[in-house]
Design a protein around this ligand. Structure first.
Ligand code: SF4
Length: 372
């Protein structure tokens, strides 16, 4: 019997779809090699592989962790990993077996954190198959218990213990705040926009270490009201400024967010698309150790989640809003591209939040703009 573990119910179903993947992780992203894999590559004798290893594999001068990024594989000018064959399969794995994959390649898109000694497994949505499993469902995403140990080659993303964060409200109360957040996000008696508003109330009340209000406390704000077209105009401007090739290295995502395509102004956002957005947010909460993963300030933590919600919903309002099979697929693809484009950008959400704070007067105003 191993240690206690928790995982999203989509986690266990994941299997890479390799050659038929529409947005292969070996295209566009730098490939990292742990020290053991790097060394094993130096001993490979098969002539074609050996040639490519000499040409493309090199020591990482900025390595941070030998079990992650000791070496790197240079991408080809077309941004493909040189070991990817014409059928989009890994030639190292095909010729030498799975044991020759680096820790990063073997682990992706799995994410592992340890929270108060419990191993937590989830999937990152930059992978199309992971995005399909997590998002393309009507039932809420669940966190299920299990047991096991951290595998020898598995990479721990964050090892969190509340005792390390004395006096830091968000980090000290992470488990309780995360549970409340998921409770609110999955409360389907309300529209998702309303749930976002309630979550904002909850974090406003939690600010400065005050005891949070109950889930639907009395603080619900009236806020400064904006019409749908004013909100759309605001997010048009954010889109034009931050979803650009200078900012994001993903033509696939930028094509979907083209400023020339206008978001819908009227009509109710379909429930079936709301469920996809809800699952996206809940997965983000599980995986990123929300609310303390990205921020020390309760309001900023909430606003960064809110910016994700608003940007994806704004993008969703540009696609066919019917809630039919086609629009569901398009929204899942949009979230996958968005995740791939932004997940590894270290300042994207901070930059947007700073910009919005400079443009608007106060947090309440920002909150009403987020409630798209
Ligand atoms: S992105 Fe996901 S499904 Fe596609 S090749 Fe990578 S791991 Fe496999």
């Amino acid at each position: 019997m191993g240690s206690k573990t928790m995982m999203t119910d989509a986690y266990e179903q994941f299997a890479c779809i390799g050659g038929i993947c529409p947005d292969n992780c070996c295209i566009g992203w730098q490939v990292e090699l742990d020290k053991k894999t790097f060394q094993s590559y130096q001993l490979i004798q098969e002539s074609e592989l050996k040639k490519k290893i000499r040409r493309y594999v090199y020591l990482n001068p900025e390595a941070m962790d030998p079990s992650v990024d000791y070496g790197l594989v240079e991408l080809q000018p077309n941004r493909r990993c040189p070991f990817l064959n014409s059928e989009n399969l890994c030639s190292v794995q095909l010729e030498k077996g799975e044991a020759y994959l680096s820790n990063v390649c073997a682990g992706y898109p799995r994410m592992i954190n340890r929270v108060e000694g419990v191993l937590e497994y989830s999937l990152t949505l930059s992978c199309p198959e992971a995005a399909r499993l997590v998002l393309d469902r009507e039932e809420p995403l669940k966190w299920i218990p299990g047991s096991g140990e951290l595998g020898r080659r598995q990479i721990l993303n964050v090892d969190y213990r509340s005792s390390d964060y004395s006096g830091q409200f968000l980090a000290e109360n992470l488990v309780m705040l995360r549970e409340k957040t998921v409770d609110i996000l999955q409360d389907r008696q309300f529209s998702l926009a309303r749930r976002i508003r309630l979550l904002g109330d909850f974090f406003e009340a939690s600010d400065s270490g005050r005891k949070p209000l109950s889930k639907h406390g009395k603080m619900e704000i009236a806020g400064e009201e904006y019409s749908q077209s004013q909100k759309n105009l605001f997010w048009d401007k954010i889109n034009s400024r931050f979803n650009t090739p200078e900012y994001l290295d993903s033509q696939r995502y930028l094509d979907k967010m083209k400023p020339s395509v206008q978001p819908m102004e009227k009509g109710t956002f379909p429930k079936k698309l709301e469920m996809i957005l809800e699952n996206y947010l809940v997965n983000y909460v599980f995986q990123s150790l929300f609310p303390s993963g990205e921020s020390r300030d309760p309001q900023d933590a909430f606003l960064k989640l809110g910016i994700r919600y608003a940007l994806v919903k704004y993008g969703a309002m540009k696609i066919s809003p019917g809630g039919d099979e086609a629009s569901r697929k398009q929204l899942i693809e949009l979230i996958q591209c968005f995740s791939k484009a932004t997940e590894h950008h270290f300042t994207y959400f901070d930059d947007i939040l700073d910009h919005i704070k400079r443009q608007t007067g106060n947090t309440r105003q920002i909150r009403t703009l987020i409630e798209l």
